[in-house]
Design a protein around this ligand. Structure first.
Ligand code: TXA
Ligand code: MG
Length: 336
């Protein structure tokens, strides 16, 4: 597996590999993607094999320009057009009715397709030169932490089969850091299937109404599974006022704790790993997945995350934290 700086040669190499049915690791402004030619069913099948992702979980198609939307979608609504004008290119995925150009393997056989127009200059250069659609899920193994650097992508797939993934374009650390906002505009009213890089209030300002949040969507969104974006180490969300106590209380194995704090400082005697996440939501989002990887790589038996505020700017982050902490719930002061 090769990580290359994204010069003209590397982009041309990536285009050749996509045309040959290989996978390419692609930087986007949200997270890295595992890209394949969306119209090559064998190439798309490699994505599912490499990720270990069930075939029923559709992948989204990345395009260079909203001008191409009618080639990939039909019945594109006025709401969809408004969102595209406001947010494309950018961290938005639209669920629209698919055209005949979209293969079944991309959509899991559904009548809709997810389309996204990334703003990252490397993704855009690649899409422009490739000229078609690039199917790409996040470049992580199924259910695991998404990748926000080229090295994360290499780490994710280092142990397993690298069949089809020989090139990762290094576009630097992702500026947004969490996945795109998924908005279903295939029905009469827009609905948010996954909160993300664009806040619901910003969508509402463009739509003229607050889109409904549809968390248990049918069709299925794989980010919708309760356990997702998850470290291998058990992980819990903890209220700020009890973080210090929880960090000192050792479990049966006496292994150390790993902590992701925002405001709380380590208590006297704490011997585990104490990391600080940024205080502002946008910076926190940018750092989150890299921090989860650092915490997960420590020898801790438990990761404790200081619960951020529950205000709207933290919505997408709190969504990811809830899924990362799957089997446990928030520990609050009054429950102890
Ligand atoms: O920011 C992002 O969206 C990143 C970058 C690489 O573009 N991609 C990404 O892809 O997060 P993925 O596959 O990890 O998440 C896309 C989600 C999946 O949960 C998938 O099930 C859902 O979108 N999805 C795809 N097509 C859909 C459809 N037709 N209807 C409903 N959900 C769909
Ligand atoms: Mg994903």
């Amino acid at each position: 597996m090769m990580i290359r700086p994204p010069d003209d040669d590397a982009i041309a190499d990536a285009v050749r590999r996509l045309r040959a049915g290989e996978l390419v690791g692609i930087p986007t402004e949200t997270v890295y993607g595992l890209g394949a030619d969306a119209e090559n069913v064998h190439a798309v099948a490699k994505i599912f094999a490499l990720k270990g992702r069930p075939a029923t979980h559709p992948v989204i198609v990345h395009l260079f320009s909203p001008d191409e939307i009618d080639q990939w979608a039909r019945d594109v609504s006025a709401d969809a057009q408004r969102l595209l004008r406001a947010f494309a290119p950018g961290p938005l995925t639209l669920i629209v009715k698919r055209s005949a150009r979209v293969p079944d393997v991309v959509t899991g056989g559904q009548d809709t397709v997810g389309l996204r127009f990334p703003s990252h200059p490397v993704a855009r250069a690649l899409l422009r030169d490739f000229g078609g659609g690039v199917a790409a899920p996040s470049a992580n193994r199924f259910g695991r932490i998404s990748a926000t650097t080229a090295q994360h992508v290499a780490d994710e797939f280092a142990g397993g089969s690298v069949d089809g993934l020989r090139l990762i374009l290094d576009g630097g650390p992702c500026a947004v850091g969490i996945e795109s906002t998924i908005v279903d505009v295939s029905r009469s009213r827009a609905a948010v299937l996954r909160p993300g890089g664009i806040a619901a209030t910003d969508l509402a300002a463009v739509l003229g109404y607050m889109p409904e949040a549809r968390s248990h969507a049918s069709p299925r969104v794989s980010g919708d599974l309760a356990s997702h974006y998850a470290p291998q180490t058990p992980t819990r969300l903890v209220a700020p006022d009890v973080l210090a106590d929880e960090a000192l209380a050792l479990g049966p194995t006496k292994a150390k704790r790993a902590v992701l704090a925002r405001s709380a400082t380590p208590p006297a005697g704490f011997q585990g790993l104490w990391r600080f996440a940024p205080a502002a939501a946008a910076d926190y989002a940018r750092a989150l997945y890299a921090e989860l990887r650092v915490l997960d790589a420590s020898a801790a038996d438990l990761i404790l995350i200081e619960a951020p505020p529950s205000t709207s700017e933290w919505q997408a982050i709190n969504d990811r934290l809830r899924r990362a902490t799957h089997k446990a719930e928030v520990t609050t002061g009054d429950r102890r």
